[in-house]
Write a protein that binds this ligand. Structure first.
Ligand SMILES: [Zn+2]
Length: 315
C-alpha cells in the first residue's frame, strides 16, 4: 500500500517530538528494553574458554576451574547468582564428585519468568566410538556451545531489560550415565534432577523453560523434538514461529528424533513446560566421541540459536 500523499510533509518534523513524549511517559525502561543483538563470535569465544579448560568431567580440575570461571562471569551481570551444590555419582569411575548447578537470576522483581538452561559438564567416556573408550570428551557441541549461548545471553540481559524475568540455569552431571541405562536413565541428568526437586519443594514455576544442548556445529539443523512436542507444544510453536519470522533456516518446521535430555526431567519431575533446542544425535557424527572439539563449532550456527532466544525474551 502506498503511503497516503500529504502525510509525509507534516509527520517528519513532529516525529521526534512524538518519540520524545513517548519516551517521557514510558520512563527510562523504554530505551533499556531495546532488542539486543546476539553476537555469534562472542559465543564462540566463550565456548573456546570452556574447552581450553579441558574436559569438564565432575571431580576434575577442569570442572572446578570452569565452575569458578562461569560463576565469576555471571556475578556482575545477574541480580543473584546461586551455587546449588550436590553429590554426583560417576558410574564409570565408581566414585562420587562435587556437583554444582549455577542459577543466575535477572530482574527478580518480574513475576512472569522464563528459564533458559544448558548443561556444562562433559562425558567421562567416549561411548559412541567403536569400541567405546573410557576417556573424557571435550564436549564442544555437547556442553560448551549451549553454555556459551547462555553466558552471552547473560551479558545481553544485564544491558537490555527483557519483557520477562529470566533465570539462567547451568546444569552439572547431565552426561555421566552409562550407555544403555534406559528406561529410567539412572545416573543421567543428575543436575536437572536435583534442580527439579528443588523447584518442586520451593514452588519455582517459570512460564516455560528452553534447554539448549547439542547446538552450534556448522551443519546443525534444529527439528522439533518429540518430548518437547509432547509436553510443551505451544512453546515449540512459539519458538519455531519466531525463527521462521526471522528467516532462520536452521530451525526446521518438522518433527525430529527423540532426544532424552534435561528438559524431560523438568517436565516430568517439576511440571515445568520445557523444550529442547537440539540437533538429532544421528546428525552430529562426533557426538560422544573425542572428536567433539572446538573446531566443530561455528559462530553463525551459534548466532542462529541466540537470535531466536533474543526474539523470545524481547518480543
Ligand atoms: Zn551428551
Amino acid at each position: 500500500m502506498p503511503r497516503p500523499s500529504g502525510t509525509r510533509r507534516w509527520i517528519r518534523p513532529i516525529l521526534p517530538a512524538i518519540l520524545l513524549l513517548l519516551g517521557t511517559y514510558c520512563g527510562t525502561g523504554a530505551s533499556a528494553r531495546s532488542q539486543p543483538e546476539f553476537d555469534g563470535e562472542e559465543a564462540l569465544a566463550l565456548a573456546k574458554i570452556q574447552t581450553d579448560f579441558g574436559p569438564r568431567v565432575p571431580g576434575s580440575e577442569a570442572h572446578r576451574q570452569a565452575i569458578d570461571w562461569m560463576e565469576a562471569y555471571l556475578q556482575p551481570l545477574a541480580a543473584v547468582v546461586q551455587r546449588q551444590s550436590f553429590q554426583i555419582w560417576n558410574p564409570h569411575y565408581q566414585e562420587s564428585a562435587d556437583g554444582v548447578n549455577l542459577i543466575a537470576s535477572f530482574y527478580p522483581e518480574k513475576t512472569q519468568r522464563i528459564m533458559l538452561c544448558a548443561h556444562f559438564d562433559c562425558r567421562p567416556e567416549a561411548s559412541a566410538e567403536y569400541p567405546p573408550v573410557l576417556e573424557p570428551i571435550d564436549g564442544a557441541v555437547d556442553g560448551a556451545a549451549g553454555t556459551a549461548i547462555m553466558l552471552h545471553m547473560a551479558e545481553l540481559l544485564s544491558a537490555h531489560e527483557p519483557a520477562y524475568g529470566v533465570d539462567i540455569v547451568l546444569f552439572d552431571g547431565e552426561d555421566i550415565g552409562l550407555s544403555g541405562a534406559a528406561p529410567e536413565y539412572e545416573h543421567w541428568f543428575q543436575g536437572s534432577r536435583h534442580f527439579a526437586s528443588f523447584a518442586k519443594q520451593s514452588g519455582y514455576q517459570p512460564w516455560f523453560a528452553i534447554l539448549v544442548d547439542l547446538v552450534g556445529d556448522v551443519q546443525a539443523d534444529y527439528h522439533q523434538e518429540p518430548i518437547s512436542l509432547q509436553y510443551a507444544p505451544d512453546v515449540v510453536k512459539k519458538v519455531w514461529d519466531l525463527a521462521a519470522e526471522l528467516g532462520i533456516t536452521q530451525f526446521k518446521q518438522s518433527r525430529g528424533s527423540t532426544v532424552v535430555d534435561d528438559h524431560w526431567i523438568l517436565n516430568r519431575d517439576a511440571g515445568i513446560p520445557a523444550i529442547d533446542i537440539t540437533e538429532s544425535i544421528s546428525d552430529y557424527p562426533y557426538w560422544h566421541t573425542r572428536e567433539d572439539t572446538w573446531d566443530k563449532l561455528s559462530a553463525e550456527s551459534l548466532e542462529a540459536v541466540g537470535r531466536v532466544l533474543v526474539a523470545v525474551l524481547y518480543p
